[in-house]
Design a binder for this molecule. Structure first.
Ligand code: 13P
Length: 249
């Protein structure tokens, strides 16, 4: 763990979840009181944010969003602003997720604008970085991550930030990075963050599940997890939270 901040287990529901499903999930989630060493957050789709603010607060779960636009308001049809996310009770916003970079063609320039807007309006970005399989196989992992982290260049002060290393080839595939790959890559990311003046938590993401969570979370340099599929069911999400709690003991 870096610094004194608790480890973070965050669930990214992606494009999943109806109101009823989310209420069933919250009913089944028994994390109150929260485990001693773990902070828990969930990122449901935008349509559920307002409805989940209170129930999440009661369970000590922090609310986050999966994306946002970089302007506070205006003629941006279909977009959601940082002001709206704060109004809905969000603490976190995921930015730079590979699904946004790859499908919506989000560039580093746009991601940096979004990060600045998030900070301006009191949100903590979870900046996602990660290489594609071809890049890992071609020995380009470090250069790809360095380029993605370059969005943090030229920042003054130490704004609230969490980084998530999510190898793209491990997302939704059932493949996870090996313990050696995780340790080596997280060490590189922490060193690069330090060089840029940002000592912050670095989460691992990519097919984290109850079976592999303890091993991954015990790796040096892993300060939590960003969980996709396994965060959709309260039972598997709780098992990951428990694994994180034991890994921090
Ligand atoms: P999975 O856990 O489903 O692989 O998703 C990871 C992810 O992309 C979280 O942001």
């Amino acid at each position: 763990m870096t610094g004194s901040t608790r480890c973070l287990i965050a669930g990214n529901w992606k494009m999943n979840g109806t109101l009823q499903e989310s209420l069933d999930f919250i009913r089944d989630l028994a994390v109150n009181p929260a485990p001693e060493h773990v902070e828990v957050a969930l990122m449901p789709p935008f349509t559920l944010l307002h409805s989940l603010e209170k129930p999440f607060e009661e369970k000590d779960v922090r609310l986050g969003a999966q994306s946002m636009y970089c302007e506070a308001r205006g003629a941006y049809t279909g977009s959601i602003s940082p002001v709206m996310l704060r109004d809905a009770g969000c603490h976190y916003v995921i930015l730079g997720h590979s699904e946004r970079r790859d499908i919506q063609h989000e560039s580093n320039t746009l991601i940096r604008k979004k990060m600045d807007a998030a900070w301006e309006h009191g949100l903590e970005p979870i900046l996602c970085i990660g290489e594609h399989l071809q890049e890992r196989e071609g020995g380009q992992t470090h250069s790809v991550l360095k380029e993605q982290l370059s969005v943090l260049e030229g920042l003054t002060g130490a704004p609230a930030l969490t980084v998530a290393y999510e190898p793209v080839w491990a997302i939704g595939t059932g493949k996870t990075a090996s313990v050696d790959q995780v340790k080596e890559t997280h060490a590189f990311v922490h060193a690069e963050l330090q060089r840029l003046g940002h000592d912050c938590r670095v989460l691992y993401g990519g097919s984290v599940n109850p079976g592999n969570a303890e091993e991954l979370l015990a790796c040096e340099g892993v300060d939590g997890a960003l969980v996709g599929g396994a965060s959709l069911k309260a039972d598997s999400f709780m098992q990951i939270i428990e694994a994180a709690n034991s890994a921090e003991d």
